[in-house]
Design a protein around this ligand. Structure first.
Ligand code: NAD
Length: 470
């Protein structure tokens, strides 16, 4: 009699294959092959070549997923600049860092040795769907880890390009991709990793952190928020308007560090709003739906959410929508109140609410009454105002007299604070994020003073002296 075979169960099969994949990465990590500097540099160079070879496909995928103009699609390739930076610096980062020791510990030597964490998980969003999984991967590889990437299912063309690139460049027991949606993310989160790097919304960030807590896995959460943009009266109106319009409407406002709303000084508001209208007209023409330089919303769901924020507001530019094309025109809303629906959550679309302030202290108080944003922008020539805003607000990062560009300086950490994120990355900070900084103290045998050993009688005074001298 032949035994009946168990009916196929694809959920179980895929759980097993995921566990097999993680096992194979753990086995590869245990060989120590990911650790030498030469190996890391070789893999980073391979990644760089693979991206360069697929440049057109990556830009095309951003166009398919988000209707991105080629120019903005090229932002995804910006990770090669980070790769060049890391390739140049990595040799100095992997070196042990010598640390001075107190008198009470002498003789001896102390140092901090960065070591890789092991197998890490990277979960990405859809808005810059290539860059936001590859940039953390650069850090993971630089620090000597194995990695599994889960790109966003909402940007399927890019997800496919990421999978193809990784599969043809790396052995899966070193770096692998798992494509899929929420279920795939949840299956991954049920496993034990040595670090989880998540980029996405605050709500899902909470889910990720909860899952990570069950495995005691450390997390980096790169989240979003409403990034304010303060426009003082002492500015170059035309330049400021151009910079704001560029940072707000690129990728149709679907940028985590886009200026979410404007707080404009009342003395300049009317001039500034006119300048915004003119710049939008110059950039996207009479009919932005026809402009080849303006992206689309990523999905019907995002379209419905963002379009609903215009309802009931005073539209002074834009406002046109086309659901079939997932198009929302670059829109400016005037005289918006803090209680309006558009002021409750991150907009993440091409709508720019304008609020007015008279007294900067009131504007700062309003900002500080809300969750800490990912970015804060200030346009002002006044040094004292710059200092005041910097010292009395908290945000992931700040850019003065421009927007967005602070995130592309590889020597600076990029990350949120409070509700806008936990931890940071880019350049050396990515290396640190994916490393454990191991503290090491080495002592010789030749001197072994008796003062710390029991019996303690008559030794306390000497102990106190040593401590006070240290
Ligand atoms: P999201 O949180 O909806 O999705 C991000 C990832 O999480 C996707 O891969 C998705 O499959 C997965 N996911 C979704 N629901 C899940 C669940 N219930 N359990 C487990 N995984 C789940 O974010 P999004 O819509 O792709 O991206 C938009 C958000 O990301 C915005 O808030 C934006 O500000 C933020 N963001 C932040 C940064 C940053 O660097 N700080 C960069 C880009 C985007």
């Amino acid at each position: 009699m032949t035994a009946l075979s168990a009916p196929p169960n694809s959920a179980q099969d895929s759980e097993r294959s995921l566990q097999d994949l993680i096992q194979s990465q753990r086995a590869f990590f245990a060989t120590g092959k990911t650790k030498p500097l030469d190996f890391r540099l070789e893999q980073l160079n391979k990644l760089k070549s693979a991206i360069t070879e697929r440049q057109d496909a990556i830009i095309q995928a951003a166009q398919d997923d988000l209707g991105r103009p080629e120019f903005e699609g090229y932002f995804e390739i910006g990770v090669t600049a980070e790769l060049s930076y890391v390739l140049k610096k990595l040799k100095s980062w992997v070196k042990p860092q010598k640390v001075g020791i107190p008198l009470s510990q002498m003789p001896g030597s102390a140092w901090v040795q960065p070591e890789p964490l092991g197998c890490v998980l990277i979960i990405g969003p859809w808005n810059y769907p290539f860059q936001l999984v590859i940039s953390p991967l650069i850090g993971a590889i630089a620090a000597g880890n194995c990695a599994i990437i889960k790109p966003s299912e909402i940007a399927p063309a890019t997800s496919k390009v990421v999978a193809e690139l990784i599969e043809s460049t790396f052995d899966p027991s070193y770096v692998a991709v798992r494509e899929g949606g929420v279920e795939t993310a949840q299956a991954l989160l049920a496993e034990k990793f040595d670090h989880i790097f998540f980029t996405g919304g605050t709500r899902v960030g909470q889910i990720v952190m909860e899952a990570a807590a069950k495995q005691l896995t450390p997390v980096t959460l790169e989240l979003g928020g409403k990034s304010p943009c303060i426009i003082d009266s002492d500015i170059n109106v035309e330049v400021a308007a151009k910079r704001v319009v560029w940072g707000k409407y690129l990728n149709a406002g679907q940028t985590c560090v886009a200026p979410d709303y404007l707080l404009v000084h009342q003395d300049i508001k009317s001039d500034f709003v006119k300048a915004l209208q003119q710049v939008i007209q110059d950039a996207y023409g009479d009919n932005p739906a026809q402009s080849s330089d303006f992206s689309r919303l990523v999905s019907d769901r995002q379209f419905d959410r963002v379009a609903s924020l215009i309802e009931g507001e005073e539209v002074i530019t834009g406002g046109q929508t086309d659901r079939g094309d997932k198009f929302i025109a670059p829109t400016v809303l005037d005289s918006v109140s803090w209680d309006a629906p558009v002021m409750q959550d991150e907009i993440f679309g091409p709508i720019l609410p304008v609020l007015e302030y008279q007294d900067i202290d009131d504007a700062i108080a309003q900002i500080n009454a809300r969750p800490k944003p990912l970015a804060l922008y200030l346009f002002s020539r006044s040094q004292s105002l710059q200092e005041k805003v910097l010292s009395s607000t908290s945000s992931g990062g700040v850019c003065i007299n421009d927007v967005f560009l602070h995130v592309a300086i590889w020597g600076m950490p990029f990350g949120g604070v409070g509700d806008s994120g936990i931890g940071a990355y880019h350049g050396k900070t990515s290396f640190d994020t994916f490393s454990h900084m191991k503290s090491i103290l080495k002592k010789p045998f030749w001197l072994d003073l008796d003062w710390r050993y029991p019996p303690y009688a008559k030794k306390l005074d000497f102990f106190k002296k040593i401590v006070s001298l240290s």
